[in-house]
Design a protein around this ligand. Structure first.
Ligand SMILES: CC(C)(COP(=O)(O)OP(=O)(O)OC[C@H]1O[C@@H](n2cnc3c(N)ncnc32)[C@H](O)[C@@H]1OP(=O)(O)O)[C@@H](O)C(=O)NCCC(=O)NCCS
Length: 172
């Protein structure tokens, strides 16, 4: 696989079955499995705005003509200083091949190019080495640990916070 084949594109109607799988297949979404969700939500949201809102959205991670996963972003922050939080999941067969690092780099470039946001945040689990490394590779810095911030798999667990400012992103 050539890493330049990794591209982001808007969600299409044909992707809805793919997206719905992450809501109902235990563990397919990786460590962010919090139980079954309403798989119909993806269709409703797609029909309302194609998953491209003013402050939040989703894009498909494509490798050539294959669908590898999806990325999402949404608003977060304090007071008037709103910024974005991002998330990603790839199908298991696409993990560990450089796609996740590349896709998150492309999303950060996209958000810094098309919105005035100054900061992008990503949170992950302390044991999620792949995501932590992927974030660090594209310039995110680890900023701290939120203790007992996530209820998952029967327990309250810690969350690691990473941040990227405009100037931190590597040049193209
Ligand atoms: C997390 C995820 C997006 C990372 O994307 P990826 O394509 O698998 O990661 P990459 O191949 O770009 O690898 C990034 C770095 O992590 C390392 N890495 C990859 N898989 C790893 C693993 N299982 N354990 C430790 N390190 C790993 C790679 O070697 C690479 O570092 P390097 O360039 O220094 O060698 C992907 O694995 C995934 O979708 N996982 C399930 C969902 C998930 O955890 N999402 C994030 C939730 S917060």
């Amino acid at each position: 696989m050539d890493i330049d084949e990794v591209q982001l594109r808007p969600v299409r109607e044909a992707d809805l079955a793919f997206l719905g799988r992450f809501a109902v297949e235990p563990g397919l979404i990786g460590p962010n499995w919090y139980g079954f969700r309403d798989a119909g939500r993806d269709r409703r949201r797609f029909e309302s705005d194609g998953w491209l809102g003013e402050e939040d959205g989703r894009l498909i991670v494509a490798v050539g003509d294959q669908t590898a996963g999806f990325l999402s972003w949404g608003p977060t922050g304090h007071g008037a200083g709103r910024y974005r939080s991002i998330g990603i999941v790839l199908l298991p067969e696409w993990r560990g091949r450089g796609v996740g690092s590349r896709a998150q780099l492309l999303l950060c470039r996209y958000l810094f190019t098309h919105t005035p946001v100054h900061r992008i945040e990503a949170t992950t689990q302390p044991e999620n080495a792949a995501e932590q490394r992927a974030l660090q590779k594209i310039g995110f810095q680890q900023e701290g640990v939120l203790r007992g911030a996530e209820f998952r798999d029967g327990e309250w667990r810690d969350i690691v916070v990473f941040g990227l400012l405009r100037g931190d992103l590597p040049a193209e």
